[in-house]
Write a new protein. Structure first.
Ligand SMILES: Cc1ncc(COP(=O)(O)O)c(C=O)c1O
Ligand SMILES: Cc1ncc(COP(=O)(O)O)c(C=O)c1O
Lengths: 407, 144, 407, 144
């Protein structure tokens, strides 16, 4: 494959050259263990502190409130399990939503199997949580609300500030998985009353294998990974110095560019959405139209199946995703698409395109054109489309969603 | 992920299309599991003279239906009945574990089309069962 | 500081150039998420599989028995907690030793606080577990024995094969923390009846932030980090591809060199031990003399305190450690040194020198010479030494250990 | 980890050594906590004319004892009593949190030496308590 158009930035991003350059000396040159006493290793301790400062500042937190972990998944697990176990005496009820990342859902499922009560809030057709539902769900025994900042599949941004306010008013701890939101939209943990927040480096042009959990001062969070005295006794394990340095650098580069870059991405995003709707019939945008991550497009193509679509795109050099990368390999359609009420038929035929720093208008035009051919080809092969043409069935998109398609 | 053969049958599916006045048509699978296969047969003197398919599904679903049509074309009904999912898989040089169910679906699609042919022509094909709704999703490897 | 003599290889190692070169393309070039369907990411999946194969082969395991985690600490936590939680119905008793790494001890402590019974076996003066003690400790309710392969502070190698045999005979699961042993001494998980084994990359010239847990087929191990379907559903989180590739490469390089390099290190180790005993009075080797990691030296210097010694060595360009790096910053003397029966007085004055690929005879001679000066200087400053000279107290090393010192 | 001042006093400790015929000697700390400090005083006309120390302990322990001797040298007993651990820390441009106990030990060592002086010379120093075994180890920051 000669051409490569990467449109899966929500799955992972390349580390920026500036990030790689910053990390590089820490592999072979400044390799010391930051817990060591000698000067040589103290340099690494300072490097870690610098990254911690950068990340804390980016979310308006204090440095002591930022803890490094191995990624977004560990951050989610730690936050939820740590609070659940430590506040057990106060209650056993956790509130989350049906559209969380598996790192959150499966941790909640695990707790549910182990004596906790979990409420999985419904979302509306755009993927938004209903604030009144949240209010109604909170009870005496509620110890934690965990609702993601922005969805990784459909891009919908939740009303985090309102959620934070309600949690605060009710004395309930609030965790948010901000893996997809961090450095894409401005976050202020105080203004939004966030008590714990998960971040991941490889989604923001930093290295893989590193992330952070923000823990508001005063929150008692039991360790998930016990061991040495690293991370102020809260997370054992020799610090992943190069990755921490790279993560810090990625944030340092991304933050000043945030406003401008997100504007650029939003424009590209909306252009592409429009283009596909113009060129391909029987399509439906999933997720909220405006309360949406600047880099996320998620579209269902009726009568066809997503994996075939992805493979054909791949053969044209286009890297995209269907559902989330984490669930590919699984045969069930994405839990997020089902949660927003998509029938299985069209949930299966959805495509996630997530754009990023290298994405151009020309790339998206190429992809839109490719989609025209590919979708037509797959519909030609589809017995469901045949049934539709023979008027044996109706178009779900036409009837249920009133989205007109032109053949 | 897929073998070269699978990719070949996915990108250049054999016998893809529909058929006017088919002698038998079988549709199996459902939208819930994400795969629907339809097989059209033309049978003359007990021999499968023509075979077409349409498939809604993943790469493996398309490839297994394409391969299945190839395997039954020119065969007697008897022989076609013995085109198992294993034969389809072997002919494709294998499938990922998670995709084995596609080959089962292809086997069933052939049998469903044969069943339809038998019904329409009021004959009995020995060893052929009426098609039933099945779900071929494998259990997760281990449950922890 | 111009000169740098790094003698803290047990704390962490530099990544080899060959390892760095191997990892490098995976940061900015082959950055795809291995769970993605497109060709571009499949390459990374294969890269991970290759590393898994290398590591499995190195310990005579099957590839499906090797799971990547964020480091040795996570491996220890996962193994112990996972077994404890999954086999609860069978029993609640865990056996470990008093000289385990904090990743093991603190996880056991945590379980103890949560309804498990933990036996912390004593060790002898060399740090060895007594096999009869182990036999005696196993009872109906015992579900797990976790005993480290080789100690990170004093280098003592446990009789793992015998331990494994006893565990097997008694139907008890056996976990070993092999973080310090892996690629330093040959390991065969089958021959040694090991059911779970922790490994860490940054101790063997691989990158930080990655490790592996061997889990024998058939052992049901509950996930510690829930999330996506990575690591065959057992460990969520986007795979740290560059680190996994680097870890594999580190093993690939180290393994063929094992025999020769460990011989070289053993010679250097014994030469240095001898040199120090010759040149400095009132010193005592900690750990077993022969059942000992090839790279480990741990010596107590009577009448002086370890941190001062380390700082003075640091000023001469020598990076070494006192106790384990993880516990420095803590004020208590190492739990390992106390467990082998060292009195506080001399436990405080211990030095760990761990050698590695770059270590030369000349370096060690320089360090021995430095020790002569430094130890003399610190003794001159020491009120305890003054008391000894004034015959107000006796030398512990002389009286308790019968090790003669010459002034 | 340590300030330049601490490193300076560690590498070039002031007044290190013992003293013949000291007027007062105080030894505090114990091997268990890893720090032992001994202070020697020579007192003339109520003024500390000479002061020496010996210390078994970490870098901070050495530096704080060195600094403490500097701070009391030439002072009256009264003034020396008011050389607190804070004063020692400030003079050293601060200490890591985990090492604050060393400065407390230094304060106590001076007071123990003064107590010894008072005992030996049968005088009472107002506000001076007899030395007691204490353990200055901080609690871990938070317990999770
Ligand atoms: C014996 C032992 N176990 C576990 C660990 C923890 O490994 P890591 O730093 O990779 O978490 C270490 C090193 O710190 C060790 O020496
Ligand atoms: C919303 C969300 N949460 C959590 C994660 C997990 O992050 P990581 O891959 O760093 O473990 C991801 C990405 O996979 C994500 O998109």
């Amino acid at each position: 494959m000669d051409k490569k158009i990467y449109l899966d930035y929500a799955a992972t991003t390349p580390a920026r050259q500036g990030v790689i350059d910053e990390m590089l000396p820490y592999f072979g040159e400044y390799y010391g263990n930051p817990s060591s006493i000698y000067e040589f290793a103290q340099h690494n301790k300072e490097a870690i502190d610098k990254s911690r400062d950068i990340i804390a500042e980016a979310i308006k937190a204090k440095a002591q409130e930022v803890f490094f972990v191995s990624g977004g998944t560990e951050a989610d697990n730690w936050a939820i399990r740590g609070i659940a176990e430590n506040y057990k005496s106060k209650g056993n009820h956790i509130i989350t939503t049906k559209t969380e990342h598996h790192a959150v859902i499966h941790t909640c499922d695990f707790l549910k199997k182990n004596g906790y009560e979990v409420t999985y809030l419904e979302v509306d057709a755009d993927g938004l949580v209903n604030i009144d539902d949240l209010k109604a769900a909170i009870k005496e025994t509620t110890i934690l609300v965990t609702i993601m900042y922005a969805n990784n599949e459909i891009g919908t941004i939740q009303p985090i500030k309102e959620i934070g306010k309600i949690c605060k008013e009710n004395g309930v701890i609030f965790h948010t998985d901000a893996v997809q939101a961090f450095t894409h939209i401005p976050i202020d943990v105080n203004e939004m009353n966030i008590d714990l927040m998960s971040m991941s480096s490889h989604k923001i042009y930093g290295p893989k294998g590193i992330g952070a959990l923000y823990v508001r001062k005063g929150i008692r969070l039991r360790a998930l990974i016990h061991g040495g005295a690293q991370e102020r006794n809260r997370r054992g394990g020799t610090e992943n110095v190069p990755a921490i340095v790279g993560f810090g650098k990625a944030v340092e580069i991304a933050l000043p560019e945030l406003t401008e870059e997100s504007k650029r991405l939003e424009k590209l995003r909306d252009y592409f959405i429009e283009l596909v709707h113009e060129k391909v019939p029987y399509v439906k945008l999933n997720g909220h139209k405006t309360k949406r991550l600047p880099n996320n497009v998620n579209i269902s193509f009726e009568f066809i199946e997503g994996e075939s679509l992805l493979i054909m795109l791949d053969m044209k050099g286009v890297c995209a995703s269907s559902g989330s990368a984490c669930t590919s390999g699984s045969l069930d359609p994405s839990h997020v698409l089902l949660a927003i009420g998509l029938p299985h038929e069209i949930a299966h035929g959805s495509l996630r395109v997530t754009i990023g720093i290298s994405t151009t208008k020309e790339e998206l035009e190429y992809v839109a054109d490719s989609l025209v051919t590919i979708v037509a080809r797959l519909r030609e092969m589809s017995p469901v489309y045949e049934d539709y043409i023979n008027k044996e069935i109706e178009s779900i998109i036409e009837t249920k969603y009133n989205l007109e398609g032109v053949i | 992920m897929y073998t070269k053969k699978v990719m070949d049958h996915f990108t250049n599916p054999r016998n893809m299309g529909d058929m006017d006045n088919a002698d038998g048509v079988g549709t199996v699978g459902n939208a819930k599991c994400g795969d629907i296969m339809r097989i059209y047969l033309k049978v003359e003197n007990g021999i499968i003279e023509d075979c077409k398919f349409k498939t809604f599904g993943c790469g493996a679903a398309v490839a297994t239906s394409s391969m299945a049509t190839e395997l039954v074309l020119g065969k007697t009904i008897e022989e076609a009945l013995h085109v198992t999912n294993k034969a389809v898989m072997e002919a494709l040089d294998g499938l990922p574990k998670a995709k084995v169910h596609c080959s089962l679906l292809a086997e069933e699609a052939i049998q469903a089309a044969l069943w339809d042919y038998a019904q329409k022509h009021d004959i009995t094909i020995e060893g052929l069962e009426p098609p039933k709704e099945t779900d071929h999703h494998e259990e997760e490897e281990e449950d922890f």
